[in-house]
Design a protein around this ligand. Structure first.
Ligand SMILES: [Fe+2]
Ligand SMILES: [Fe+2]
Length: 195
């Protein structure tokens, strides 16, 4: 694979590493948030349209595949320090997303502990697999996927506002959407290096 156009390009690594350091510095400076302190948990709205809860549950389900997302991509990008360090940080941020969505489902009363345990059990029975064999295919896939998740969270926030409003949910969706946007930018800049 070393000379294949699909191999990880060693000559791009210094630039890739710089992208990661910039991403990390920005994240530390501007983007860190606290699950406990930054979301107004006492402002969940019991009158919110339950359809919003169903969508939150489905997004929470997507975020719960984290063990597969991280364990399967790391061996593929192992030769790239920029990308492995990125995925370590990315995994932390994505883990927070599932915690925030799950906590909201419980605190809002949309779901019970039993329902959440049931959801997790069902999800862990399925395994997510990489949709592409090559690291480059995965890079482009991740770039598109992150912008799609950003759009999902942003649109869900607009729908929540429309259907009764819920300051806790709206705040957490805003924080998550900012993270997704940053993930997208990192992947897009990596793709630009390859172009
Ligand atoms: Fe996420
Ligand atoms: Fe993301």
């Amino acid at each position: 694979m070393a000379n294949s156009p699909f191999a990880i390009a060693a000559e791009l690594e210094p630039a890739m590493w710089r992208l990661y350091r910039d991403f990390f510095d920005q994240a530390e400076k501007k983007r860190r948030w606290s699950l406990r302190d930054d979301i107004p948990w006492d402002q969940c709205n019991p009158q919110l349209d339950p359809a919003i809860g169903d969508v939150v549950e489905s997004f929470c389900g997507v975020e719960l595949y984290l063990p597969d997302y991280t364990s399967k991509i790391l061996p593929v990008v192992r030769p790239s320090k920029g990308r492995t360090w990125f995925y370590a940080n990315w995994g932390y941020e994505e883990s927070k997303h599932s915690l925030a969505l799950g906590d909201w489902l419980l605190k809002s009363g949309m779901r019970s502990d039993e329902q959440m345990a049931d959801l997790e059990e069902k999800i862990f029975q399925w395994e997510w697999n990489l949709p592409h064999d090559s690291h480059l295919g995965m890079l482009v896939y991740a770039m598109v996927q992150e912008v799609a998740t950003w759009l999902n969270y942003r649109n869900l926030r607009l729908k929540a506002e429309e259907r009764g409003g819920d300051p806790a949910l709206e705040k957490l969706l805003t924080l998550i959407a900012v993270d997704e946007r940053a993930h997208h930018s990192f992947f897009r800049e990596c793709v630009e290096l390859y172009l």
